[in-house]
Design a protein around this ligand. Structure first.
Ligand SMILES: [Zn+2]
Length: 167
């Protein structure tokens, strides 16, 4: 059974943003269902801190379990319904940044300029990074050693590589 994406909330997008967002969502959906993505996740040598908030135990999740959380659409402690729920918001900013996820509302906020100035694959990879936060994976706010091996960064990198997104 394929995993699908549902957008449950949208804020701050104009018509052009929506066109690009829809393309990105399709890219993410096709990506997570692809064998290349599954193989890439399973072959990560060692994720840093593969633990999730809000789930019992805070144990380390295996690569297969991480993949299952993604494909099961396990955001917001949802059951494995194979639906990834996206709550999307665009915002203005004076500084050049990408975005973040509110861990309470699970709304993924993206700097408008990032969506406008980058290829659609970049926004797609960003969405997948942020989706790892909605599942409960975290990372340091700061670019410390090993942050690129956390689940959000590593999955985002896999997405960029497979989508050929240079960002
Ligand atoms: Zn992040």
């Amino acid at each position: 059974m394929n995993t699908t994406i549902q957008v449950n909330y949208i804020e701050g997008f104009n018509q052009q943003h929506l066109v690009k967002a829809n393309q990105a969502i399709q890219l993410v959906q096709d990506l997570v269902n692809s064998n290349a993505f599954k193989e890439a996740v399973l072959s990560v040598r060692r994720f840093k801190n593969p633990r999730v908030r809000r789930r019992t135990g805070r144990r380390r999740y295996s690569n297969q379990e991480i993949l299952d959380l993604i494909l099961g659409g396990r955001d917001l402690n949802n059951p494995a319904d194979q639906i990834m729920n996206f709550r999307l918001r665009l915002y203005d900013s004076q500084v050049n940044e990408i975005g973040n996820t509110n861990m309470t509302t699970l709304i993924i906020s993206t700097f408008k300029g990032y969506l406008e100035d980058n290829a659609v694959g970049c926004y797609a990879a960003h969405l997948l990074h942020e989706y790892m936060h909605t599942i409960g994976f975290t990372h340091s706010r700061f670019d410390i050693f090993g942050r690129d091996r956390t689940v959000p960064y590593k999955i985002g990198k896999i997405a960029r590589d497979l989508l050929g997104a240079d960002c």
